[in-house]
Every structure is written in C-alpha cells, then in structure tokens.
Design a protein around this ligand. Sequence first.
Ligand SMILES: Cc1cc2nc3c(=O)[nH]c(=O)nc-3n(C[C@H](O)[C@H](O)[C@H](O)COP(=O)(O)OP(=O)(O)OC[C@H]3O[C@@H](n4cnc5c(N)ncnc54)[C@H](O)[C@@H]3O)c2cc1C
Length: 376
Amino acid sequence: MHSTRSLTQWFEQLERFCAQAMSPESLLGPYDAARERKRIALAASFGLTGVQVALEHGGFGAPYSIKAKLAQRLAGVDFGVSMAVINSQNVADHVSRWLPSAVSKRWVPGLLGGDLIGCTALTEPGAGSDFSAITTLAVKTRDGWRLQGEKAWIINAKIADVFLVYAQTQLGAGAAGIAAFVVEAKRKGFERSGDAFTSVAAFSSTAGFRLQGYVARDDEVLHAPGLAFKRALESINGARVYVAAMCVGMLEESLRIAQAYGQRRQTFGQVLEQHQGWRWALAEAAVDLEAARALVHCAAQAIDEGGQSQDLAAKAKVFATRAAQRHVPALLHAMGAEGLRDTYPLMRHVAAAQVATLVDGSTEMLLERISKNLKI
Ligand SMILES: Cc1cc2nc3c(=O)[nH]c(=O)nc-3n(C[C@H](O)[C@H](O)[C@H](O)COP(=O)(O)OP(=O)(O)OC[C@H]3O[C@@H](n4cnc5c(N)ncnc54)[C@H](O)[C@@H]3O)c2cc1C
C-alpha cells in the first residue's frame, strides 16, 4: 500500500509531465514520430508508465484507480497522449504479470525506463468487434511459432518496439484457438503499415503492421491457445473504465475552459456568464460530468476490490463516452468561434469522444453485454 506522501509525490510528477510535455504547441503540427517517442520516454522518466506494475518488477504498484486518474488527467489535455502512455504501460503490466521474470526482464525495465514502447494488437483489417474472427495465424514449429497476418488501428504501432499480438492457432477454432505472443519490431518478418490515420489518432501513433514469417520463440507465448481470449476479456474491464475516465477528463477540462471564457467574453453589455440561456449548456454538462465521475469511481473501485466489474465498467464507458460526445461540442459552441482555435483542446476532444465510443468495446457491444446481465 502506498503512503499518502508517495502518492502525493507521484501526482506532483504527473503535473510536472503535463507542464513540460503537453504544451499546446507540442500538440500542434504534423505527426512527428521522434516527438511522440520522446514524450513517452519522458512520461516513463516521471514514473507514469509503470503505475500498476508491481514494485518487485520496478513499477509503482499502485491500485487500478490511480491508473484511471492518470488516464483522466492526461486526456484532459490530449486523449491520444493519454492512450499512448496507458497502452505502453499495459504491455509492461501484462508481460510482468504473466511471464516468468527471467523472460519478462528482457522488456520490462526498458518499458518502465522509456527506452522501449509497447502496444497491444487485437484488431485486424477484417475483424474489430468480432475479436474471435481474427485471422492472423500462428503455426507451431519445432522451435517456436511462425506468425503471419496483418493488424490495423493499433495505438503506438508507429513507434512501438514491443507488441502483444493476438493470433489464431487453429483456423475455425474461434476464441478457443487464440493465443498471444510478444513480438519485437526489430526482428525479421515484422513490417509497419497503414499511414492513413486520422488527426485524432496522431498523438497516439496509431497505425498497423504486418507479420510475414515472423518467428516467436516458445518463451514468448504470453497466453497459450485457449487462454488468450479469456485473459483479454478479463483485462478489458480495466480498459473500458480508463477510457470512461478519459472522457471525464475531456469533459471536465472543456467545462473549465468554457466557464473561464464565459467570465471574460462580453456580449450585449455583459459577460457571457451573466446570460441565463448561455449558462444552461454548462449546467447540463456539469450534471452529466458528475454522474460520469461517480460511475467511473464505482467501476474503478470494483476493479480494485477484485469484485464483479464487468457490468459497471460497461455502463461507465457507455455513459461517459455519450456525455463527452454530447457536451464537448455544446461547450465548444458556447465559446463561439474562439472554441475552434487549436490552442484549446476542444476540437481534438470532439473527435476523441467519437474514437472513445469504438475502442475497447463499441457502444453497441457494451449495450449487448449490459442487456445480457440485466437483472431487474
Ligand atoms: C484511434 C483508434 C485506436 C485503436 N487502438 C487499438 C489498439 O491499440 N489495439 C486494438 O487491438 N484495436 C484498436 N482499435 C480498434 C478498435 O478496438 C475497433 O475499432 C473496435 O473494436 C471496433 O471495430 P471496427 O472498427 O472494426 O468496427 P466493426 O466491428 O466493423 O463494427 C462497425 C460498427 O458496427 C457495430 N456493430 C458490429 N457488430 C455489431 C452487432 N453484432 N450488433 C450491433 N452493432 C454492431 C459496431 O459497434 C460499430 O459501430 C483502435 C481504433 C481506433 C479508432
């Protein structure tokens, strides 16, 4: 358990990172891979890429709810950066959790120190929501597994060194045949692909990659066939809650910015804030923000307590993504033309809220899950 002092220091580090590495200027302009690598390396040097990694593996060993707070704070400035930092840390977390330390130490110190960047690849050009339909094939050989296939829409794939890749080991076996492997970008048979990402995906270095005869050694099997699907579903509740927390962060920051603007912008002889009709959009946002915060808090707590979190995680994500989708554009509108300036994050947050409805389970997939759990 962390002392209040060490947690306070960690939050101070987080604030320092935001001040040093997330200025509006550094979030503008064309995509720059070197800049994004440097940003994650800096996050690592501030201890932000190992928040949930156990102390004995060199991490901070904090509870899940602290990771959700990290996601929320970073996304208030930029959703893409938040996703990039969290996704790299997921790799350190999973590798240190599931592999023997003699194997995981090949990557974990590098991921925690910022020399290595990680990402997790489930999605393919032909399979997103329907994860059991992936066709990247892993064929057992004498000394390992030969991987063949293509992944798409993977956060950090433009710059990552260590990839957790989900692949099918038995065509037609669906979930039961899926295994997961640690893949290194520097090895033969790995090639990055898919430059055409949208601007919102830019700061998370989202791209694809191809595996052509890539050989993963036997000790690089993260999850054996039959276990990978189950473990992916177990960890997805955490992913859903941090995406919901990111939406809370974006909404919170948009509300703060719009309110501050309303206190200085004059129309018809008074500041915007004095016009009742103007204030109501902010009040509507504040209502949903509070409800989203409460749902995220309950879901994060359920994860920390090791209880049933599936239903709460799904509800938190549906509610928080919708709240961001509804209110960020309304808050941008409340700032008039000023809200469109890219020195503010609101335009980026509008697009990010849309992305948030897709990643780690689309709204429809979550509603399906919630409807199956319904007990009223
Ligand atoms: C910026 C960004 C970053 C991403 N990062 C990652 C990453 O790091 N790793 C990774 O593995 N993936 C990542 N993804 C992929 C993401 O997880 C998928 O986009 C998501 O799973 C949805 O899959 P899809 O886009 O193929 O949509 P599809 O599965 O093709 O679905 C299309 C639409 O139909 C709906 N739909 C599908 N099936 C049903 C059904 N049965 N009933 C009702 N509606 C349905 C969906 O909800 C969606 O609205 C990322 C995506 C984006 C945009």
